[in-house]
Design a protein around this ligand. Sequence first.
Ligand code: F6P
Length: 322
Amino acid sequence: MGDKKRIGILTSGGDAPGMNAAIRASVNAALDEGYEIYGINRGYAGLLDKDFIPMNSAMVADIMGQGGTILRTSRSDFFPTSAGLKRSTEILDEYNIDTLIVIGGDGSLTGALMLSRLGVKIVGMPGTIDNDFGASDFTIGFDTAVTTAIDAISKIRDTTFSHNRINIVQVMGRSCGDIALYAGFSSAAEALIIPEKENNLEEICADLLRGKDRGHLHSIVMLAEGCGSYRDYVKKFEELTQVTTKGTNLGYIQRGGSPTHFDRNLASYMGYKAVEAIKNDDINTVIVQRNGQYIAMPIEEALATKKIFNEEMYQIMKKLAK
Ligand code: F6P
């Protein structure tokens, strides 16, 4: 290796639309600053397998609008063990990779924190459709997942309306209800079941029946996966409302597709700022968006920042659901 410093970049955990935009931004910004940049395929599992590829600008020229991640991703059980972490640092040393850019959710960034404690320089970006990273206004992929969900819900609403039914629409998000809340808000969903709230089913069904009395004969109920499967609710809703109830799990369509303009912008800024942070030696940080500004926040602090639930949106949604 010459004098050029070498950066590694990987995506980890569940993929998210916009990861490619972040890769493109980091690769081009890094090359522009005179760094070498190696793509690490399949996240931490690929790191342990030395699955590396030197990146150039031609490789990222067409990926801004592409869903998924060209670097692929994985969830590795071995990586976070002490043996896995030690082996990772040895491999990074062997390849003269001085700094690692990690794009992923809190599990992946916790892995990055562990590596930083062993001396690897890290800059992270929150990439997950779940929007469960408290330090950032939004995570890469969330806006696209919500947009995809809204599109699917409008189709489900058509048939739910025609049949005067209830349809329980299950969305992803692990223990975070944001996809259900934001997609439900923008879809005028009639009810919401999310982990952040107690979700009294008797009350929810009584509200739906009051709507029915006013002539509103069908309902969309948004269910966050953190509250269980729609299959656990269908019968209960039928018992409480006497209305035919169906369920739909939107599943993996939420994770795919071309990123929205919002995610492309968010990811491109974060990818660019990650390289800026490396250049300024602002390492062991995560690039987050806070009140619209991009900052490099220490990883530990970012991981410890509590997610604030959008209570106002929840209350407005409830008031508007008539
Ligand atoms: O974290 C992103 C996410 O899509 C969650 O919303 C979901 O619970 C999980 O990943 C699904 O993971 P897998 O792809 O391993 O089934």
